[in-house]
Write a protein that binds this ligand. Sequence first.
Ligand code: FE2
Length: 381
Amino acid sequence: MHHIILNTESYFGPGCVSKVGAEAVERCLTCAFIVTDETLVKFGTLRPVLRSLQESGLNFVIFDKVKSNPSIAAVQAGVEAFCQSGCDFIIAVGGGSPIDLAKAVSVIAANPQHADVRSLEHVRQTRCRGVTLFAVPTTAGTASEVTVDYVITDEELGRKFLCADDNAIPRVAFIDADMMAGMPQSLAAATGMDALTHAIEAYLSRRAWTMTDIFSLQAVACIAQHLKHSCNLPQARENMALGQYLAGMAFSNCGLGATHALAHPLSSVWDVPHGVANAIMLPHVMAFNAEMTGDRYRHIAKAMGVRGTKGMTETQYREAAIGAVRALGKLVGIPRGLAELGVTRESFPQMAELAVTDATLPDNPRPMHAGQAIALYEAAY
Ligand SMILES: [Fe+2]
């Protein structure tokens, strides 16, 4: 049996965020609780959203206290602020962090028995649908606007945990490339490589099937072609916005794998940006997984733009797929290895223990034990 869940409605195209107000009015909503971060407020990124709300005669409250990698305490502060705000829906504006935090707030506000944020870990079907959530991504990577997943950092235990809940999926998404125009090159590179990792891990997932393959392979092609120009060409930016969304449609419905399992500890222990951690680990995990993937790397290589894949041997197309991923990371300026980021070898055993219990690992095509996780960190050093 297969199951697909996507957000209810999505708008695509530059300027589409102007529909926020009309969508809220159509749903008889009156006051928006806007979850975002201070930088987006400071640089005026929020303005088109506020304009749309004002033009539709709607009220709003801005909650801009979101930092990257939202913590349990940040979620609790968000729930408290939402409950006191008198708002009847939530708009998340930002990268993965504000959208993930907004998902947690939306779910807990509708399911107060889950006030203990840790109770949401892993695949959790809470009883009630979350408070209506609109999502406006300002980066092209996490696809949090179309996924059931969100990641919370447990600062006390020094780990990140993944929650997957159908009730957390945003109701309406606005994939507006204009909202992503302010991304610096390094952020576009990191988030774009995160999206590529989503697409490739979804395509190699144990739960991948015809429907998710359509999304993931198209996402690989779209990202491989457009990531490098997404900061300076509006058309490339628009295609990246679509590519990351396609990748989200795939992985939200069939899972991820060992790259994300190994990347999460790099962020929680060393504060490595999520996309950078994925980009560094991905080629090594692809090499580790290769023997369990049949001819799938041939299709990945072709989608990455490699020519002549039809006549290649198994070894050749596997090397070609891994090489193409490595080359794209290099092209967009991803650091070569973990040493460059200040990560020390002494932390590998601790991170490996976290990686093997990560919720994303069970969908990886090849099982991975702690010794293999350490070897992969070594390879990526
Ligand atoms: Fe990711």
